[in-house]
Each structure stands twice: as C-alpha cells, then as structure tokens.
Write a protein that binds this ligand. Structure first.
Ligand code: F6R
Length: 364
C-alpha cells in the first residue's frame, strides 16, 4: 500500500511530480490551455470584477499564493479568506465577483458553508477540488478537478501541489482572455509550468540533505518562517507542515512584520527560516534575516540556485531550481514538506496521523 515507503506522507511527497503533471496535462491540448471541461465561458471571465478565494488550512495557503499570481498576471483584484471567517462575517459581495473555493476533500464544513453563502448571494462559484463527486464539487457552478489521486496522510502534500497548478492555470486563462498577456506569453508560461514536475523530482532526490538538517533541529522549541509576498505564502505552508506533524511550535511572519513585535521572541539558537524566491524582495528579506541573526538566531535560507551570497548570512542553505518567480511556491514548498516530515520521524511521532487532527474536517 505504501509502495515501499515508511509512511504515506513520504509516498505522497514522491507522487508530486506525477500529480502535478497529470493536473497540468488535463487542461493542455497541443501545448495550449484548454479549459473547456471546466466550462467557465470567456464571456464570464471577461465580466469578472473581483475574485474571492475561500478555503481552510493548506488550501487557504494556496489561495494566498494564488492572490499574488492572479493579481499580477490577470490584473484582477483578489481577496483570500478563511472559510470559517468568511461564512460568519456577512460578506458584502460584488455581484460580478467569482468565488473560488479550494478543497482537497470537498467536504470541509466551513468551505462548504462558504460556497452555499456565495450561491445564495447569486455569486458564480468555481471549486478546485480533488475528490470527485464530493459535496463542494456537486454544489459549485464549475469544478476544476485536481488529479492528485487519493491522499491518505493527514498532512497534505500532493493535493496542495496540484491546487497550486490549478490556481496558476486559472491565472493564465484569466490573463489571456482579458488581454493582460499575449497568446505567446501564455504559451511560454505554460512551457515553464511543464518543467515543474522534473524540478520537483530533482528537489526530492536531494532529500538526504534535509534529513541531515532535520536531525539536528529535532529538539527545536520554536521555529519562525519569514518571507515577503509569495515567499510569505510559502512560509505559512512551511510553518503549518512543521507544527502539525512535528509538534514544534512554529509561526510564519511576513518578514517586515517581525519588528512589530515578534522579534522579541528570537533568542540564542532560535531557528529562523528565510524564504527568498522573489528577486524583487530578496534584499529586504536578507536584511530581516540579518536582524534575527544579530539577536542570536540560527538561520536557514531557502532560495534559488545562483543566489549564493545568501551564504554570507544563512548558516544552512537549501537551493531550488530556477523557475518563473510566479511559480516558485511549487518548488520551495518541497524542502519544507521534507523538513516537517523528517523532524517528525526523528521524534518518533505518528507522521501520517498526527494527534487531534482528522483528514477531513466535517465539523465546524
Ligand atoms: C494541512 C491540511 C489541512 C487542510 C484543511 C482543508 O496539511 O491538510 O490544513 O488543508 O483541513 O482541507 P480540504 O482541502 O479538504 O478542504
């Protein structure tokens, strides 16, 4: 069942190149985007004034990354909301808005309630769902199925990765239909997306280096993940992976927020993980890492090959292959999944079934 792996989580981490490729290939014909099966008409895409992304947990983190990509490529305003907040705050929705509900299981109670709320208010709804025929898939106006296959481990990995792909594809489709990018630009983004599975594979092949680092960090009490923009969205997911399976307290901070309070928690030896995949924000985040270091932090840097001067600052560095910065989340999350996994294994914890958690949260 686990195909020779010790845990489902590790098996599912290894299934990511295929899950990502399958999801991408399901919407590409002859090198071009083809979303006809999803059925969001071009006329509708042109009329959208606002996107509301609503989800829980890791799916919400996908939404955070998607917000940057959709706003930047398609020029459409995006709000990302936690389903459990959205459903109770009596949201004022633009009638030309599009609600995008992201859910692996398609059964998360708060996400389903948020979807119903949007439908009651007459807003068009699109679900990004993994489980075929699930409640959210059945009730949404349109469905973009991720092709991750069954995910057993409570901590999501491959479903998260396929949700990101769905979000990128929607961003590109919206951008193309609305004339924000040319057909040629769209094709070249697609070409780049098609390289993501191999790049994920390469990162996974280097897992021993993360395993070694995880063994050294297994006794950490607190871990802080910092980044800006898309790197903040990646930090949120890295932090959740760490806390849910290794039971180490962790937090993700937008790097610029540190000095507004959190930096007082940095002590001698506190692990701070800086995520630096976005060229425009690189120097800013490095300077936040330096501030942490001067207060005693032990620094891990997660950045792109070529940014070797990070080694002047970070004590340990993990490099990911180059890609278009919009898509960097797909690569940078992999070492963070591996880090959470190996810390958990090192502590002898139940990786696939962490305490107090269920795979599908059907209660509020
Ligand atoms: C974390 C994790 C959860 C889910 C969340 C939403 O690893 O798996 O945070 O992402 O419970 O679940 P779905 O996607 O089924 O709505």
């Amino acid at each position: 069942e686990k195909a020779g792996f010790e845990h489902f989580m590790m098996k599912e981490i290894h299934e990511q190149p295929k899950a990502v490729a399958d999801t991408l290939n399901s919407v590409i014909r002859d090198g071009k985007l083809d979303l006809s099966e999803i059925g969001l008409e071009e006329e509708v895409i042109r009329s959208i004034s606002q996107i509301y992304i609503v989800a829980c947990g890791s799916a919400y983190h996908v939404g955070m990354a998607a917000q940057y990509v959709i706003e930047d490529l398609a020029g459409l305003p995006v709000r990302v909301e936690l389903a459990s907040e959205f459903r109770y705050r009596k949201p004022l929705l633009d009638p030309n808005g599009l609600a995008v509900i992201i859910s692996q299981s398609g059964e998360t109670a708060d996400s389903l309630a948020a979807l119903r709320e949007c439908r009651e208010k007459g807003i068009r709804t699109l679900a990004i769902v993994n489980v075929v025929g699930s409640s959210i898939a059945r009730e949404a106006d349109n469905v973009f199925y991720t092709l991750a296959g069954p995910e057993i481990s409570v901590a999501t990995t491959k479903a998260y990765s396929t949700q990101l792909i769905a979000a990128y594809v929607l961003a590109l489709q919206f951008a193309k239909v609305r004339g924000e990018i040319t057909v040629e630009q769209c094709d070249s983004y697609i070409k780049e997306l098609q390289t993501i599975p191999d790049k994920i594979q390469k990162i996974i092949e280097d897992k021993e280096r993360i395993q070694w680092f995880a063994a050294k960090q297994a006794n950490a009490k607190d871990v802080f993940f910092i980044g800006r923009g898309i790197d903040y969205a990646i930090s949120l997911e890295g932090s959740l992976k760490m806390k849910e399976i290794s039971y180490i307290h962790s937090e993700a901070y937008a790097a610029g927020e540190l000095k507004h309070g959190t930096i007082s928690l940095i002590e001698d030896g506190t692990l701070v993980i800086g995520v630096l995949t976005q060229p425009e924000l690189y120097e800013k985040t490095v300077s936040n890492m330096v501030e942490c270091k001067s207060r005693g932090a032990y620094l891990m840097g997660l950045t792109t090959f070529g940014n070797y001067n990070i080694e002047d600052t970070a004590d340990f560095t993990v490099y990911i292959p180059k890609t278009d910065p919009h898509f960097a989340t797909s690569l940078a999350v992999i070492p963070l999944q591996l880090l959470g996994y190996y810390v958990s294994v090192n502590k002898g914890l139940d990786v696939d079934k962490p305490r107090n958690l269920a795979k599908s949260v059907t209660v509020e």
